[in-house]
Design a protein around this ligand. Structure first.
Ligand code: F6P
Length: 574
């Protein structure tokens, strides 16, 4: 990027296309490798020898309290990881991102999701590539909130004059996972009489189930797609448009002349491609835009959140944005040694590259966060699942780990066995809140306390395990002893906050966005493109003829694919 294409308010923009520093050639990397071989003792020993360990390795970031002390690290590990970050230039790259440099090199784009949550009037104003970013962001928010308020107040009605009761968001990937996750997390804040549904899959079952029991007269559809070319979303939008118009014809006697009015009253869109929105038949007046400097998986705080602003309300959405921004400020300004996203990103690098971790569990002790791990899967794996670096050269070390998880305590009764006693290292983030959303009692027992006792117990068991002597002391003998032993030294991070509020949720999301960024920056990869999803999409289009029965096309396929298509054609009924 040239100087002239960014604001004069932004003085320092390192060249984003510069060759990444190979992390494995740094002094810190060498030292980390020998550290790993030396292993300074177990977590039991380290805690026993150092009563200040938890205090020293616990940090505050906005409202989050983050305890890193149950990771298998020493002060020296942290020191070397911070040195690694300096040697590869993580903070320079962060500053370049925040300033609007085109760090998304393969698409030649700025990466500015952080601008979506800058408060109105933030100074100096952000101008990038000739665009007044802050002004555009806040003008779009104003339009989204105006629309949301009109639906919430009942001023906006369906074509037959009935108040909207259900908002159906049609989108997939980043145009779905964030809105669903946040809606599920903050559901108690939805306006009475207004609910959201989410339609994403091209499996026709999804469209059927989503609309099956809805009244078209009281349904509003938001078609959310950054590109407005996505097969699933456009197909589902057409299916729902047909369902809606058929329902209105049948139930409310809608005439052919009233159809475009019906679409205008029941369909709005969110996209960066407003021309395609118009081609689809949605009035651009009823469309909310965003910009190509917002990646799909980083877009829930753009107009993609219109469903949230509508059902949960503009005030809730504003609180979410404020939470995101609080974490952005922390990431941008906290000193490296207490910068939580930086430390957590570096810890992930430690676990992946020096402890051979292949996966990372995220375990929220909050039922309302049940879609958080799924949301993080796209955020982290679409971002860092790469084998080439941002200059096109091959990655020099392992990159993105597999993220997965389920809420506790359900996961405890399913897969925790493997985390406790399996042969693999599975770093895990445990997330919990001091105040429950619903304080229930079982007789004298505060149920949230039972829940949190499990949260505390799990990280303790993983860190400190149970020795053979302890097992024997309980009366177990012989070959049963090893089966009941727990090695300990299984790395966990505990994240706590006072309560799951919209602001805290925004902070958590931004925390993981920045962790993802830090890992990508160390590995030298562009965390903001997603070419790996293109081949499958292209092949699905190319296979349409064969699937529909074109014999020559079937025969031209490889023997496995053609046999599978023939199986489908032989067994398809209806
Ligand atoms: O196929 C992957 C992807 O491009 C994601 O990155 C994106 O979030 C999703 O598809 C949906 O894309 P769109 O919002 O353009 O419909």
């Amino acid at each position: 990027m040239t100087e002239s294409s960014t604001s004069s308010a932004v003085p320092f923009v390192p060249s984003p296309a510069a060759e990444p520093v190979d992390p494995t050639t740094t002094e810190a990397w060498d030292a980390l490798e020998s550290l790993d071989l030396e292993r300074t003792g177990s977590l039991r020993e380290m805690f026993a020898a150092d009563p200040q360990r938890a205090e020293r390795l616990s940090f505050e970031a906005a409202d989050l309290h983050v305890d890193l002390s149950k990771n298998v690290i020493t002060d020296r590990t942290v020191e070397l990881l911070l040195q690694l970050a300096r040697e590869v230039g993580v903070e320079d790259r962060r500053d370049a991102m925040l300033a609007g440099a085109h760090i998304n090199t393969t698409e030649d784009r700025a990466v500015l999701h952080t601008a979506l949550r800058r408060p109105e009037g933030a100074s100096p104003a952000l101008e990038v590539d000739g665009q007044q970013i802050d002004a555009d962001v806040h003008e779009t928010l104003r339009r989204v909130y105006e629309f949301a308020d009109s639906v919430r107040s009942g001023e906006w009605t369906g074509v037959t004059g009935k108040r909207i009761e259900t908002v159906v968001n049609i989108g997939i990937g980043g145009s779905d996972l964030g809105p669903v996750m946040i809606y599920e997390a903050l559901k108690p804040l939805a306006q009475d009489g207004l609910t959201a549904r989410f339609l994403s899959n091209i499996d026709p079952t999804d469209a059927y189930q989503t609309t099956r029991d809805l009244d078209p007269e009281t349904t509003l559809v938001i078609v959310a797609s950054k590109t407005f070319t996505t097969l699933e979303t456009l197909t589902n939008a057409r299916l729902v448009r047909d369902w809606l118009l058929a329902g209105l014809r049948e139930g409310a006697g809608l005439t052919a002349e009233q159809e475009s009015e019906a679409v205008a009253k029941h369909f709005v869109a969110v996209s960066t491609a407003l021309d395609r929105v118009a081609e689809f038949g949605i009035d651009p007046e009823n469309a909310f835009g965003f910009w190509n400097w917002v990646g799909g998986r980083y877009s829930v705080d753009s107009a993609i959140g219109t469903v949230l602003a509508t059902v949960l309300g503009p005030d809730v959405f504003e609180e979410l944005l404020a939470g995101f921004h609080a974490m952005d400020e922390h990431f941008a300004t906290a000193p490296a040694a207490s910068n939580v996203p930086l430390l957590m990103g570096l810890l992930n690098v430690w676990n992946v590259n020096f402890q051979e971790a292949e996966t990372h569990a995220v375990l929220p002790y909050s039922q309302y966060l049940h879609r958080f791990p799924a949301y993080l899967q796209q955020l982290t794996m679409e971002s860092n699942g790469k084998s080439v670096r941002w200059d096109g050269s091959l990655a020099t070390t392992e990159t993105g780990e597999v993220f997965w998880g389920e809420p506790g305590t359900n996961g405890q009764h399913a897969f925790y066995q493997l985390i406790h006693q399996g042969t693999r290292t599975i770093p895990a983030d445990f997330i919990a809140f001091a105040t429950p959303n619903h304080a229930l009692r079982d007789g004298d027992q505060d149920v949230h306390e039972l829940f949190l006792a499990n949260f505390f117990a799990q990280t303790k068991a993983l860190a400190f395990g149970k020795t053979a002597e302890e097992v024997r002391a309980e009366g177990t003998e012989g070959s049963l002893v090893p089966a009941r032993e727990f090695s300990g030294d299984r790395p966990t991070t505990s994240i706590m906050a006072p309560q799951l509020t919209p602001s805290v949720l925004g902070q958590l999301i931004a925390l993981y966005e920045h962790i993802t960024f830090v890992q990508g920056a160390v590995w030298g990869i562009n965390s903001f493109d997603q070419w790996g999803v293109e081949l499958g999409k292209q092949l699905a289009k190319d296979l349409a003829g064969a699937v529909a029965g074109d014999e020559a096309a079937i025969a031209a396929e490889d023997s496995s694919t053609s046999a599978l298509i023939r199986y489908y054609r032989a067994h398809r009924e209806g």
